[in-house]
Design a binder for this molecule. Structure first.
Ligand code: SAH
Length: 215
């Protein structure tokens, strides 16, 4: 079984990532390595490498492999960065990020998702991940500034605290829009200047919190 997942995963990298503009060799390598099927329900393991998002608990979703790779690549991590992720969910994206940076801080508002993710962090020996249960729209001021920030839920606007906690220079990817569709925005801070670039049209679950949706 392990072998067959390995084969399916290599095929996912080739068919869904390499030929669609994912070129960063470190991102491709980590996507080929992390066992995505372990981050979904047993009943859904066979679909884990499909070209689509999958439901996890509490009405949340684990993003499509392409989106995970695309957002990760946009952060241009080299391995030395202090990174903040908002929306731990299954923990899949967190493990991907943790292997590409120095230290990952991740915030989740649902307790059972966070405890499930923490078990997987231990299982994958991700000792450079620190996580907490909180409203991630407030960021995590204790360890700021962050060289890179990734938000994996969509809100109506870019939360002000996240811009404040972004390092200079720094990069943030975040879906912004209404509750149905959003645009993926790349926020860069350089020499005190904050710029926003629109990347892709995306659909994420709601970012719920003080600087997100009410419910
Ligand atoms: N990156 C995740 C995707 C999870 S879906 C993965 O790879 O599985 C988005 C997650 O954001 C959900 O788990 C949801 O509970 C969480 N979320 C929504 N609003 C949040 C907030 N204000 N703070 C922290 N987490 C939030």
């Amino acid at each position: 079984m392990t072998d067959s997942f390995e084969t399916i995963r290599q095929r996912m990298v080739q068919e869904q990532l390499s030929c669609r503009g994912i070129y960063d060799p470190r991102v491709l390598a980590v996507m080929a390595e992390v066992p995505r099927h372990l981050f979904v329900d047993d009943a859904m393991q066979a679909n884990a490498y499909g070209d689509h998002p999958l439901p996890i608990v509490d009405g949340q979703t684990i993003s499509q492999p392409f989106i995970v790779a695309y957002m990760t690549q946009a952060l241009q991590l080299t391995g030395t960065e202090n990174v903040l992720e908002i929306g731990t969910g299954s923990g899949y994206q967190s493990v991907i990020l943790s292997r590409l940076c120095a230290k990952l801080y991740t915030v989740e508002r649902h307790n059972n998702l966070l405890s499930g993710a923490r078990r997987l962090f231990d299982r994958h020996r991700c000792y450079n991940i620190q996580s907490k249960l909180d409203d991630g729209t407030l960021g995590w001021p204790d360890y700021a500034p962050y060289d890179a920030i990734m938000v994996t839920a969509g809100g109506p606007e870019i939360p002000e605290p996240l811009v404040a906690q972004l390092a200079d220079p720094g990069r943030m990817v975040i879906p912004v829009g209404d509750q149905e569709v959003q645009e993926l925005q790349l926020v860069t801070k350089k020499d005190g200047l904050v710029q926003v670039e629109i990347l892709e049209r995306v659909r994420f679950v709601n970012l719920v919190g003080e600087y997100g949706w009410e419910k």
